[in-house]
Design a binder for this molecule. Structure first.
Ligand SMILES: *Cc1c(COP(=O)(O)O)cnc(C)c1O
Length: 377
């Protein structure tokens, strides 16, 4: 196939002049960090998703770490998540010394299967971290029911799904805590950044404490004087800067238009793929609207007469930035050394063997979609 002049990435940021202006304004202001923009950004995101509170973090991984702390995850606990995700969804439980339990996926949505979650609950289970893989929301009502029946905390990993809907609610309105990431490939960006949204005041206060060194103003500190503060737990410096938050506030104005464009392009891929043998489009549940962070197809190498590796390499050689998301988390050497055997989640592993992410981001055109698909037809 003909080589594109410019590389077409699987995803990328879209920064406008307005975004740049917003950042410059903050650079000229008295606050570079922990100022008005962080507060504004948190309010904008909380309001957008329909949650009471939001706490921003330096990145999404730090936010997941904070959520595990707020949930009280600690050594001896078990945390259930999916193997088809970025490693951070599991690593955050390890930071707290907990054991990660991987539950298999649903073969249609590629998301964690609620029945598999239920099957893996033990007296040690403390939390569930479902992931809205590719931007398609997990069945959060079913997962919350399981959690309530077993006294578990649900931390939804919404790194892919800011702006997605589940039964006419935004992702972030339902779980105990929901994490969003603002890495440049994600729905909107702050360069690096993350946030936890929650309706729970106790979680909110713990998140604030954890983000800021475990330092707080106690009644004892009040008595001592205006300069006094106390460090009551071992926290971190996980703060987002006002520079990042200024970019975030500006980017949030464009979130809906970005998602609409992603949805349009995804619909185009799906329609055109019905005419291509050997490539299966991702299935969508009727009661959800995906944020379409990724467009992940299943290849049939026999029909196509080529291996996934060969297809990947030929598309990359043509400057088309296909990718594979994700290698099952427990296949990584770190998890293998902890004793997780291959074969643990057969549906996830089978899915991985044939998975390929096609480029999808709001700056793409219909011609780009056609060019990607021309390889297969
Ligand atoms: C990107 C991502 C994260 C981590 O977010 P960062 O902001 O990069 O730390 C966590 N989970 C998933 C599923 C992600 O895609």
């Amino acid at each position: 196939m003909e080589k594109r002049k410019e590389f077409l990435p699987y995803s990328t940021q879209w920064i406008s002049d307005e975004d740049i202006e917003a950042v410059i304004e903050t650079l000229k202001s008295p606050f570079l960090t922990t100022g008005p923009k962080v507060k504004e950004f948190e309010e904008v995101v909380a309001q957008y998703v329909g949650a009471k509170y939001a706490v921003s973090f330096a990145n999404g991984t730090a936010a997941l770490h904070g959520a595990c702390y707020a949930a009280g995850v600690s050594e001896g606990d078990e945390v259930i998540t999916t193997p088809i995700t970025f490693a951070a969804s599991a690593n955050c439980a390890r930071y707290m010394g907990a054991k990660v339990v991987f539950a298999d996926i649903d073969e249609h949505t590629y998301n964690i299967d609620p029945q598999e979650i239920a099957r893996h609950i033990t007296p040690q289970t403390k939390a569930i971290i479902p992931v809205d893989f590719t931007g398609q929301p997990v069945d959060i009502d079913a997962i919350m029911d399981i959690a309530h029946a077993n006294n578990l905390v649900v931390i939804e990993d919404g790194a892919h799904s800011l702006g997605a809907d589940y039964k006419d609610r935004k992702v972030g309105a339902t779980a105990d805590m929901t994490m969003f990431s603002f890495h440049p490939v994600k729905p909107v960006t702050t360069g690096e950044g993350g946030i936890i949204v929650t309706n729970n005041k106790e979680f909110y206060e713990k998140l604030l404490l954890f983000r800021g060194h475990g330092i707080t103003h106690t009644p004892y500190a009040e008595e001592q004087g205006g300069w006094y503060y106390e460090m009551v737990d071992l926290g971190f410096n996980y703060r987002m800067t006002d520079i990042q938050a200024a970019l975030g506030v500006s980017q949030m104005k464009k979130l809906d238009s970005f998602i609409n464009k992603r949805q349009e392009l995804a619909a185009l891929y799906t329609e055109k793929l019905t005419m291509i043998d050997g490539v299966t489009a991702p299935q969508q549940l009727a009661n959800t609207n995906s944020g379409w962070h990724l467009y992940s197809v299943q290849l049939n190498p026999e029909t196509l007469g080529k291996s996934r590796k060969q297809i990947f390499e030929e598309l990359r050689a043509a400057n088309i930035g296909v990718h594979v998301h994700y290698i099952p988390v427990y296949w990584h050497p770190y998890y293998q050394e902890l004793g997780y055997a291959r074969g643990l989640c057969p549906k996830a592993e089978k899915w991985y063997d044939n998975a390929l992410s096609l480029p999808l981001h709001p700056q793409m055109s219909e011609e780009d979609v056609d060019m990607v698909l021309s390889y297969f037809s």
